[in-house]
Design a protein around this ligand. Structure first.
Ligand SMILES: Nc1ncnc2c1ncn2[C@@H]1O[C@H](COP(=O)(O)OP(=O)(O)OP(=O)(O)O)[C@@H](O)[C@H]1O
Ligand SMILES: [Mg+2]
Length: 359
């Protein structure tokens, strides 16, 4: 499902742009502060209904305006799907998909699966488990249609359970929540584990290509130690501690992926550039895995391609990406640095002070 067309109005410093994209490589070139990341951010907004740089929509509306508007056309097997989104400074949204008003921004995720890689992407490995849960859940969401409903239900149950924790006088008062919680927790943990088992061989293949010098192991932690005892027992045993903390300390809301090199956490061993390559391996494998079974094709947004990577690694990476047949949006400050790496079917966009022109 390539993104074919994008019209931007009043989004950050891009006051107006009307762009037709290449189905393969789109190189976005321009000096610091010109609007390259803002262009990726606009595409991301259409994919997920939010920014990757801020939670506040008024930050992305152009300083002098009250709202931004994005209009895109996505190609789905030669049928055009138009999507329009307007968001005001105060946060109100109007979303139209295929000509019909849509009341939930979350509906956008069905149309434009995206993988984003930025200079900050190493935080997927060095940051909190929340980042890694978001990573795995992205994949399970597209892989298993039941996952989203189960997860939304668990989130609601946990909210209710945590509120009840603070008020109850004995564990048995919580059992009503816990029966359903345990059942659903087992279900989504299995969905995550199954997806993880399918994805990791592809990740490992890519890592061997990007970081052949390391032997990296990975394991999925479901949020409690299954081998030790069932979740129901953790919930009962942790009752007093959870009550004191005011939240539930065991369950799928604590899931994580552990990556290790020589038995040590990966973020303590690899350099920044190596961590970034590892994140590339994860995200590329995940996006390409999706493309192998889903007719909604994942698009890759890569911000500041050359940062922290030497020439050899850039070459390996570019070759891997361009062989993938996915649609790419790659930003770079100096085109000369990567011109020979992305030579195939491509369109080059020049960005200067928020104005975007095609080469
Ligand atoms: N709401 C806004 N309205 C107008 N301009 C904004 C807004 N928010 C940020 N800017 C400005 O938009 C410009 C473009 O920022 P952007 O991050 O897209 O640049 P960039 O080309 O990615 O730069 P770099 O190469 O340094 O990453 C910056 O000068 C920034 O100060
Ligand atoms: Mg930038």
């Amino acid at each position: 499902m390539p993104l074919e067309k994008l019209i931007i109005n009043q989004f950050r410093n891009i006051s107006s742009a009307n762009l037709t994209f290449n189905n393969k490589i789109n190189l976005i070139v321009g000096p610091n502060g010109s609007g390259k990341t803002s262009l990726l951010e606009a595409i991301y907004f259409l994919g997920l209904g939010r920014s990757f740089r801020t939670r506040l929509s008024n930050r992305v509306v152009n300083y002098e305006q009250n709202e931004f508007t994005l209009y895109s056309e996505i190609n789905n097997h030669d049928v055009t799907i138009p999507i329009g989104l307007q968001k005001s400074r105060s946060g109100e949204s109007i979303l139209k998909i295929n000509g019909a008003l849509s009341n939930k921004l979350a509906n956008l995720t069905q149309y434009l699966p995206l993988q984003l890689i930025t200079p900050e992407s190493y935080t997927l490995l060095s940051g909190s488990p929340k980042n890694r849960r978001a990573f795995i859940d992205w994949g399970v969401f597209y892989h298993d249609p039941q996952f989203y409903l189960n997860w939304a239900r668990i989130k609601r149950l946990l909210k209710q359970r945590n509120a009840a924790l603070k008020q109850c006088n004995a564990y048995k008062e919580l059992q009503l929540w816990d029966n359903e919680l345990c059942f659903l927790s087992e279900t989504i943990s299995k969905q995550r584990q199954d997806y993880f088992n399918l994805l990791m061989p592809l990740v490992n293949e890519t890592i061997t290509e990007f970081l052949p010098e390391f032997s990296i192991s990975s394991s999925f932690f479901c949020g409690w130690d299954k081998k030790n005892k069932p979740l129901q027992e953790y919930l009962a045993d942790n009752y007093l501690r959870d009550k004191q903390l005011g939240y539930t300390t065991a369950g799928p809301q604590k899931a994580d992926i552990k990556f290790k090199v020589n038995g040590l956490p990966i973020a303590d061993v690899l350099s920044r550039g190596q961590l970034k390559l590892f994140v590339y391996a994860l995200r590329l494998a995940q996006g390409l895995f999706l493309n192998s079974f889903n007719d909604k094709k994942c698009i890759f947004l890569i911000d500041d391609f050359s940062s922290e990577l030497d020439q050899t690694k850039q070459q390996i990476l570019a070759k891997h990406i361009t062989n993938s047949d996915a649609q790419l949006f790659v930003t770079v400050i100096d085109k000369n640095n990567i011109s020979t790496l992305f030579e195939q079917e491509r369109t080059v966009f020049h960005v200067e002070h928020g104005k975007i022109t095609v080469e």
